[in-house]
Design a protein around this ligand. Structure first.
Ligand code: COA
Length: 258
């Protein structure tokens, strides 16, 4: 499958996608977005493919959404076209693991692209950021949600509100990336991780991905509601009754697991 802005091949059960729009630092224009969506669809449908790797060049992973293309757009156009929903959905639907191999800048949509992957391996000089605030917008492909889940509210808020970048080192210590490696080893490390995954039982791999993602998908509100409902449900147990009665009677409780 030949694309204009994306190098794409399937190698030994691994789908390899390399962003290749160097003159615009791999910025995500609609053409590149559509190519990524098609490539993901192809990899998902191909039973021989067990894992994927997404990378940019050695100097830039992706400089984000294409600002030139968005410049001049109105709310009506962005909303009516449902800008970026297709790529966001394509990643959500993709059931096989994807490894992002990040070198250089992963900014805005580039950072979000990496975060839509399952594992991020970063080169030593790479950096991450959500600088959309400088353009009078906010992240639009999951940055506010995924970065917050990855690094916590304090750092995420600072990055989204000020546009501050995070070095690879900070990204690793904050939990955004799984590993930092020398640039010369980036491709090798990403491919050997993908090969390892490809060698493991495929259904269990898919189930593990689905389940780990589930841990991130429960909202605080849902989590709190579940906690409170289970708190209420404890009042259906004999041990609750015994525990509270024993407290009131200033004696040791005798729990029976019922
Ligand atoms: N959209 C469209 N074009 C982009 C782009 C983007 N997100 N990021 C970079 N480019 C283009 C530049 O306009 C320039 O094109 P030109 O040579 O035709 O003028 C080319 O890519 C090189 O970029 P340049 O800024 O000259 O490179 P740099 O090495 O000095 O800086 C960055 C690299 C990544 C720090 C800088 O390009 C940048 O900040 N980009 C925008 C990042 C961003 O805000 N992303 C969120 C978008 S919502």
């Amino acid at each position: 499958m030949a694309f204009k802005n994306l190098d794409f091949e399937i190698n030994d059960h691994i789908g390899v996608m390399r962003l290749n729009r160097p003159r615009k630092l791999n910025a995500l224009n609609q053409q590149l977005v559509q190519e990524l969506v098609k490539a993901l669809g192809k990899l998902d449908a191909d039973d021989s493919v067990r894992c994927a790797v997404l990378s940019g060049s050695e100097t830039v992973f992706c400089a984000g959404a294409d600002i030139e293309e968005m410049n001049g757009k109105t709310f009506v156009e962005m909303y009516a076209q449902d800008h970026f929903t297709d790529i966001a959905e394509a990643f959500l639907k993709f059931r096989k693991p994807i490894i992002a191999a990040v070198a250089g800048a992963a900014l805005g949509g580039g950072c979000e692209l990496a975060m839509m992957c399952d594992i991020i391996i970063a080169a030593e000089e790479s950096f991450f950021g959500q600088p959309e605030i400088n353009l009078g917008v906010i992240a639009g492909i999951g940055g506010t949600q995924r970065l917050t889940r990855a690094v916590g509210k304090a750092k995420s808020m600072e990055m989204h509100l000020t546009g501050r970048r995070m070095t690879a080192e900070e990204a690793e210590s904050s939990g955004l990336v799984s590993r930092v490696v020398p640039l010369r080893k980036l491709n090798e490390e990403a491919m050997s991780t993908a090969s390892k995954i490809a060698s493991l039982p495929q259904l269990a791999v898919m189930a593990a991905k689905e389940t780990v993602n589930r841990a991130e998908e429960t909202s605080l509100r849902e989590g709190l509601l579940m906690e409170r409902r289970l708190f209420h449900a404890m009042f259906a147990t004999e041990d609750q009754s015994e525990g509270m009665k024993a407290f009131a009677e200033k004696r040791q409780a005798h729990f029976r697991g019922r």
